[in-house]
Design a protein around this ligand. Sequence first.
Ligand SMILES: *Cc1c(COP(=O)(O)O)cnc(C)c1O
Length: 392
Amino acid sequence: MSLATGHPLIAIPGPSPVPDRVLRAAHRASPDIYGYELADLNLRVMAQLKRLAGSAAHLAPYIGNGHGAWEAVGANLFAPGDRVLVLISGHFGHSWAGQMAAMGIAVETLDFGPAAAAPERLAARLAEDREGLIRAVLICQIDTASGCLSDIPAIRAAMADHPALLVVDAVAALGCVPMMMDDWGVDVLIAASQKGLMSLPGTAFVWFSERAAARGRTALTTPYWDWHPRAAADRDSLWRFWGGTPPVQQLFALDEALRILLDEEGLCAVWARHAALARAVWAAVDTWGAGNPDIRLTVADPAARAASVTALSLPGADALRGWVSLHCGVTLGIGLGAQNAANALRIAHMGHANAAMVLGVLGAMQAGMVALDIPHGSGALDAAAAALAEPA
Ligand SMILES: *Cc1c(COP(=O)(O)O)cnc(C)c1O
């Protein structure tokens, strides 16, 4: 017998659950791509994306994913041989550094393990760079593999008056935790549609400041990735935003998703919801861990834990993922980047997620631990329920 029939629960950190309303918005035929209906919809989506990022800066949209946005950063900011400093708190930082190196950029890294980037180590490194050779500091606000959150304003403060640009990957953070791009002095911000934005995979966004725009074009800037024509496009040149045919159905979906986030729930409520759901997950994992020291959260410091995804070690994690999928219809994330990936997993609480979904995921996990004889402390669901019952 399986208990998996019913609405499937996807708790992987991207793609995240898409609201039915957003799916329905995408389910329509393309209008004339030279008409103003679509051009105006596109302008509205661009304006909403700027609100979401807290930015009046330039915005270049791409058909692509997070990796595409990484490449856009490389192609627009750096010439071959330029030096960048990547602050790494997990697998995604390593991957980003690798992609930049493969483009011919001179990559230097500071690795913090599964912990937040330390502003004092950054400040010390930049102080040594008296000639200003480091052209940019790259950081994931949330590293989706470790579930680690870095403090972007503290990183900006540590850069003081060093001329490097601050480039932030917010793919797993935007729409989940605060981001005020302009107020925080972020020069380049990237995100994609399929995580906190609750929309379909396939579009990516790069916001960039006047300072970043002033870098001009480099030997790496190819026509498709060049962000200037995209950011300068207008109502009469819709194709320029997207370097060709716009992703029409994606635009309808994004418009609906951004309306829900910004105009219906409201960003402050969205952030508070993510924080509360995350606290419930951490309370449950801590309680399981009280009965089994091998069950533990990857990020030790509560202040450095992401509100959108939680990584943990758990003996038998692979078997547990299989069990909850087969018997409960719950899909958990793999232990990406973990030292012992078979005994690690990730729980996403990102985007279109509510308290019932999180309790369902935790309850399914506990049932699986009972079925598979994985020792665990008792009372985890009580702890999660108590965390959810706390006023924000
Ligand atoms: C998901 C993710 C990426 C990669 O995005 P894709 O859409 O899978 O290419 C990059 N950075 C972070 C922080 C992510 O969470």
